[in-house]
Design a protein around this ligand. Structure first.
Ligand SMILES: NC(=O)c1ccc[n+]([C@@H]2O[C@H](COP(=O)([O-])OP(=O)(O)OC[C@H]3O[C@@H](n4cnc5c(N)ncnc54)[C@H](OP(=O)(O)O)[C@@H]3O)[C@@H](O)[C@H]2O)c1
Length: 272
């Protein structure tokens, strides 16, 4: 049996981790324990995924190698206060609670505790997320590798410094919502030009998906791909000119900055 993984909090993200781990290796169910204060949710998790369940964080963590903390930020202190005395020395804590700093997480646990802080995004729920992680003061590269192995169940994983996690939140954490807005606007614009809504939706979604795939797979700078489809005096340059006139790039810069600043403020001021 591989690492014994405990997932605390079986909401959207906790379930995404369980689903992703089982998609990677279905035989892993016996080594996963889910914990939640909601008994109904736990029963449903057991029925759906066939993993172990427990309503006691202390009991579950006693046998754990790695704990994924997936409760809301303001629920973290209650969970970790309970766990402080029961925390096994070798156990690695991987917290995905937005805005809760590594120093705060470490302060709850015994000296030398292994802590990784991570920031996933919602496409994680279908295994297409991107998660950035940062290691705590006692974490070695081998611990980061263990955290990466578990978080890769949600999609891609990158390592950053903790200071960069606010910008990560502003870009990839909040980013899906920016893209949803862009897709919705494309659909409405297509409808305005006379397309049926389902057709406009299919065109908009596949355009965003295909363009993202091409950027990823070609590894070309996006500007090169843009130049390649921009004929002098043509349709695309006319559309791009309209976006530039509306300050498209500036708006994106500003959106990421605003979201980053809110993330910084939340981290400084404690959790909501
Ligand atoms: N969703 C996202 O897009 C996203 C992205 C990045 C990071 N995150 C982070 O991921 C974390 C989880 O988010 P989520 O959307 O999955 O939250 P969620 O759906 O509310 O799930 C949290 C679960 O933990 C349970 N819980 C609360 N206190 C507990 C305790 N003491 N012991 C065990 N379980 C407890 C909650 O039960 P109750 O419902 O009864 O309180 C709930 O079932 C958050 O910290 C969030 O910041 C989320």
């Amino acid at each position: 049996m591989g690492e014994r993984v405990v997932i605390i909090g079986t909401g959207v993200m906790g379930c995404a981790v369980i689903k992703g781990l089982l998609a990677q290796d279905p035989s892993r169910a016996a080594a996963i324990v889910a914990v939640d204060i909601d008994h109904k949710k736990l029963a449903e998790v057991q029925r759906q995924f066939g993993v172990g369940i427990s309503s006691s964080t202390v009991e579950a963590v006693a046998g754990a190698d790695l704990v994924v903390l997936a409760v809301k930020p303001w629920q973290v202190s209650a969970v970790l206060t309970d766990l402080a005395k029961a925390w096994p020395r070798h156990c690695l804590l991987v917290s995905i609670a937005a805005g809760v700093r590594i120093a705060s997480l470490e302060a709850f646990l015994p000296d030398g505790a292994l802590v990784v802080r991570a920031m996933p995004n919602t496409p994680a729920t279908i295994g297409a997320g991107i998660t950035a992680l940062a290691g705590g003061s006692n974490v070695q590269p081998s611990h980061l590798d263990r955290a990466k192995a578990v978080l890769s169940s949600l999609g891609e994983v990158v390592t950053v410094s903790e200071a960069e996690l606010d910008a990560v939140t502003g870009l990839s954490g909040s980013g899906p919502a920016y893209v949803y807005l862009f897709i919705e606007a494309l659909i409405d614009a297509g409808v305005r030009e006379g397309l049926a809504r389902p057709v406009a939706r299919q065109l908009a979604v596949e355009t965003v998906l295909g363009a993202a795939k091409l950027v990823k797979e070609s590894e070309a700078h996006p500007a090169i791909l843009k130049d390649a489809v921009t004929t002098p005096g043509g349709t695309t340059i006319a559309g791009l000119a309209a976006l530039e006139q509306g300050g498209f790039r500036g708006l994106i810069f500003n959106a990421v900055r605003q979201a980053t600043q809110v993330s910084r403020a939340l981290g400084k001021g404690g959790e909501k």
